[in-house]
Design a protein around this ligand. Structure first.
Ligand code: ADP
Ligand code: MG
Length: 400
């Protein structure tokens, strides 16, 4: 396991200034925060530092302001919501560096928390400008990164700062790194990966990396159609990237070479309409899809066979739903397999890690997210990690 400093390695921080990178890119509607999941994720780190007597300065981006200040994307909007979740007063500082931040630090008492302005208002943030990083670092004593979701970007506050101050992984970052390590870094075998979702093209690098890492690769969702078509199956009107047949054949060959079993469905749920509960709904063998039908879920026999595969595995990593789960009954296979994974995890026979925007929604829909060992809400960073890439915000925290 790669080593990185955590909050356990902090000495006495009373009165010291902590620059803490968090994820406050919150879903908002009409000026109100509609989902406070990301604030709650940062809570353990902020509370721990504040309780230890540090002065906590929160750094975060919001949206894509492209290096210029604008009133619609000021982080002042989230101060109320953060304060409510923390149960503490939170100050706001309209700068991220310079004398105004120094003044804020002067006003804060040990244990106080302030949010600095949207880091992306400064062009140096996304350029990872060392001058900007230096100016930010000048007001802090140490740096904590608790935003795994931004760790795939080498920006001034996700990467640059870690070179200039003693750097630590926050509790949320630590939990994510430990879960990912267990799932793919150094997993208990056999390992299964479920890869579903709409398109092969959006997850080519994920598939290519996984075949060399896992024992079972379970393909579902729209991408299963592309795999089936590449094997000569007529998938009718299904979402399918026929032009990727060659690529899919290469992935299958690579899997074969590294001893990874690829599981494709042999029965499917089809319909002529892309709607909920369509009148033309039926289940059939993959070889029986009519020219005017779409595959919208994998079938019950395939789902049962996949459950049996999971029962033989010790580790599962899951990205992408198995069907068009937003439309019932095309959520069936996803919900059933998620419940199997949840039950195996509860029994202690499986370590289950899942991530991806729609995957998290699907697991919530199946009401099992809480039963998985770890569910990542990191989106892009999670996928890049599934691709086997080194994330710059993580790499810089690693100890040689
Ligand atoms: P994630 O956000 O978890 O990475 P994706 O964005 O790759 O997942 O894919 C999710 C989308 O894939 C969902 O909107 C779902 O409806 C769609 N999908 C899954 N299976 C099919 C299918 N057979 N046909 C069309 N769309 C599908
Ligand atoms: Mg998605």
């Amino acid at each position: 396991m790669t080593k990185f400093r955590t909050l356990d390695d902090l000495g006495d921080v009373t009165g010291k200034v902590a620059l803490v990178r968090v994820d406050l890119n919150l879903p908002m509607q009409d000026g109100a925060v509609t989902d406070d999941t990301r604030i709650r994720a940062a809570l353990p780190t902020i509370n721990e530092l504040a309780d230890k007597g540090a002065k906590v300065l929160l750094l975060a981006h919001f949206g894509r302001p492209k290096g210029a200040r604008n009133s619609e994307q000021s982080l002042s909007m989230v101060v109320g919501a953060v304060s409510t979740v923390l149960g503490r007063e939170v100050m706001f500082c309209p700068e991220i560096a310079g004398p105004v931040v120094a003044q804020t630090v002067g006003i804060l008492r040990p244990g106080d928390v302030a949010i600095l302005e949207n880091t992306r208002f400064w062009p140096g943030e996304e350029k990872n400008d060392p001058e900007l990083a230096k100016a930010i670092a000048a007001n802090g004593d140490f740096y904590v990164n608790d935003a795994f979701s931004a760790a795939h970007r080498a920006h001034a506050t996700t990467e640059g700062l870690a070179h200039l101050l003693p750097a630590y992984a926050g509790r949320s970052m630590q939990a994510e790194l430990e879960a990912l390590e267990k799932a793919l870094g150094n997993p208990e075998r056999p390992v299964a990966a479920v890869v579903g979702g709409a398109k092969v093209s959006s997850k080519l690098d994920v598939l290519t990396h996984l075949v060399s890492q896992v024992d079972h690769l379970i393909i579902g969702g729209g991408m299963a159609n592309t795999f089936l078509a590449a094997k000569g199956v007529d998938v009718g009107k299904s979402l399918c990237e026929h032009e990727l047949a060659g690529t899919v054949t290469e992935i299958l060959a690579a899997a074969d070479k590294s001893g990874c079993t690829v599981h494709l469905p042999y029965d499917v749920v089809v319909s002529k309409e892309f709607t909920a509960n369509p009148p033309s709904l039926r289940t059939c063998n993959v070889h029986e899809v009519a020219a005017d039908e779409m595959i919208l879920d994998i079938g019950p026999a395939a789902t049962e066979a996949l459950a049996d595969v999971l029962k033989t595995c010790r580790t599962l990593v899951w990205n992408g739903p198995l069907g068009a789960f937003e439309l019932p009954p095309f959520d069936k296979a996803t919900v059933a397999l998620a419940k199997t994974a949840a039950a195996l995890t509860r029994e202690g026979s499986l370590i289950s890690v899942a991530g991806g925007g729609d995957t998290v929604s699907a697991l919530n829909h199946a009401a099992v997210a809480g039963d998985f060992s770890y569910v990542s809400t990191a989106g892009g960073a999670f996928l890049e990690w599934m691709e086997g890439r080194e994330l710059p915000g993580v790499a810089v925290l690693e100890l040689a």
